[in-house]
Write a protein that binds this ligand. Structure first.
Ligand SMILES: [Zn+2]
Length: 140
């Protein structure tokens, strides 16, 4: 949560907890505010905040399919740390269990697996650190 809140600071966006109807979170570009529903679980709050920070990064002022996709991609990159993901992935073999371990929703971890994991798997530093693990799991 702390890393997400520092990203909000960097973007100059205030994070507030407000009961929202039918939404987990909301980004208001006019007020430079993100509102998160306080009734959510920690995993839902963290995931919603990361997603809304994605909207804030692009200063989205409406919700289109493209804006949503950008917010999920950027947000998942903020929420999921590669080392924490890999530590969880060495123990758990489903997105749902990895998400639970990371205190995030399956939706945002699934997005990270689609958007960021394939790129990381081509990065030399990532291969150096986790290459032998990935070869072992691929052959098992
Ligand atoms: Zn959205």
């Amino acid at each position: 949560m702390r890393e997400l809140l520092s990203e909000a600071d960097r973007l100059g966006v205030k994070v507030m907890y407000r009961k929202l109807d039918g939404k987990d979170g909301y980004y208001d570009p006019q007020a430079d505010q993100i509102r998160i529903d306080p009734r959510l679980s920690l995993a839902q709050k963290r995931s919603a905040l990361a997603h809304e920070l994605g909207h804030a990064y692009y200063r989205h002022d409406c919700s289109t399919e493209i804006a949503e996709a950008q917010a999920w991609k950027r947000g998942s990159g903020l929420a999921v740390h590669p080392d924490e993901y890999m530590a969880a992935a060495m123990v758990y073999d489903s997105t749902q269990l990895i998400a639970r371990e990371l205190a995030l929703t399956s939706k945002i971890v699934g997005e990270w697996e689609r958007s960021w994991l394939p790129r990381l798997m081509r990065a030399p530093i990532f291969l150096e650190r986790y290459g032998s693990y990935m070869i072992n799991t691929a052959s098992s």
